[in-house]
Design a protein around this ligand. Structure first.
Ligand SMILES: [Zn+2]
Ligand SMILES: [Zn+2]
Length: 321
């Protein structure tokens, strides 16, 4: 815990950290007892994040500080809800992920070869701007999908629930589970999302004239970087939960906030998980927080439908026994 890069969170405006969810209401007093000494001198909002999110940098899993928490863990691999969700990962789902990973890698490699073949150095400036816009769009898309999956619908929904919403529920009550998933389980769904776009791009390279390809080249670079960062999002997210054994260059990218930093993402993991949804670079989290983007969207949806956000998420968090 003491090794966390606190500067990022200190810069963040954490307005939604009052923790009116179950996790922060229960057990935080125990955590305060154990970690109070370590937290002395930290800013109030940094303390709040560290006290109310799972201490993932604790290799001994000795974060439970009361008898009740040892028997009824509020997070981690011993949480009953997390165990139930983990069992719902099926062989059919695994097959779908494997097919998507290989298909996506082949499409990426083929498109990359065509991009290199058509690259012209004099258009470098436009291409860099297009690529940057692709990365920012990927960050926003990660936030939108993450917010949608966290906040609405239920694991009981046919097909979508078990296959695509289940990992989001599991991740909130056992944030470290992602660090135990292999490359296919971590990245299968994100790779799948990019396949239609990459397939269309390859079709265009194969069927259009050289002039037509050049005419759309900046747009192609935008879409390619968007696809790469969408595909890489959950791997970057996994790194943000990994406190041991990361390659030095990943830590460098995190420390310079080129990809999602660890403590920055921990802001999302304070119950009731209602902010900082962007998980690719995390660049948009602060501005979206400032304009109250997610609460406004939720207010509109609740006004129109009567549904309250995160009802299913809260239900799974309560399955402690
Ligand atoms: Zn989440
Ligand atoms: Zn996470």
């Amino acid at each position: 815990m003491l090794g966390l890069p606190l500067a990022t969170a200190a810069d963040a405006d954490v307005v939604a950290m009052d923790g009116h969810g179950e996790s922060s209401a229960m057990g935080s007093m125990g955590a305060i007892g154990l970690h109070l000494h370590a937290f002395q001198g930290l800013k109030e909002r940094d303390r709040h994040i560290l006290e109310n999110s799972m201490p993932e940098d604790d290799p001994n899993e000795n974060s439970a500080t009361s008898h009740e928490e040892k028997n009824l863990p509020r997070w981690g691999p011993h949480h009953k809800g997390a165990q139930e969700l983990a069992k719902l990962y099926s062989t059919g789902k695994r097959s779908q992920e494997t097919v998507c990973i290989y298909t996506c890698i082949i499409l990426m490699a083929a498109n990359f070869c065509f991009i290199i073949r058509h690259f012209q150095i004099e258009r470098c400036g436009t291409i860099v701007i297009a690529a940057l816009c692709g990365i920012i769009t990927a960050d926003f898309a990660s936030g939108l999908v993450h917010w949608g999956a966290d906040s609405w619908c239920s694991v009981e929904l046919p097909i979508i629930g078990k296959n695509f919403l289940r990992p989001f529920r599991e991740h909130h009550i056992d944030p470290t589970s992602i660090t135990r998933h292999d490359f296919i389980e971590t990245n299968g769904d994100n790779f799948m999302v990019t396949i239609p776009c990459l397939a269309r791009m390859l079709w265009d390279f194969l069927t259009k004239t050289n002039e037509e390809v050049q005419h759309n080249f900046s747009w192609t670079c935008y879409l390619f970087l968007l696809a790469i960062f969408v595909a890489m999002t959950n791997q970057i997210h996994k790194w943000s939960h990994t406190y041991f054994g990361l390659p030095w260059w990943v830590v460098w990218l995190q420390d310079h906030h080129i990809i999602l930093p660890r403590l920055h993402h921990r802001i999302h993991h304070v119950a009731p998980h209602e902010t900082y949804f962007c998980i690719t670079t995390g660049w948009l989290n602060w501005p979206l927080e400032k304009i109250q983007f997610w609460p406004s969207l939720e207010w509109i949806i609740t006004s129109l439908t009567g549904y309250k956000p995160r009802t299913d998420d809260f239900k799974w968090a309560q399955k402690r026994a």
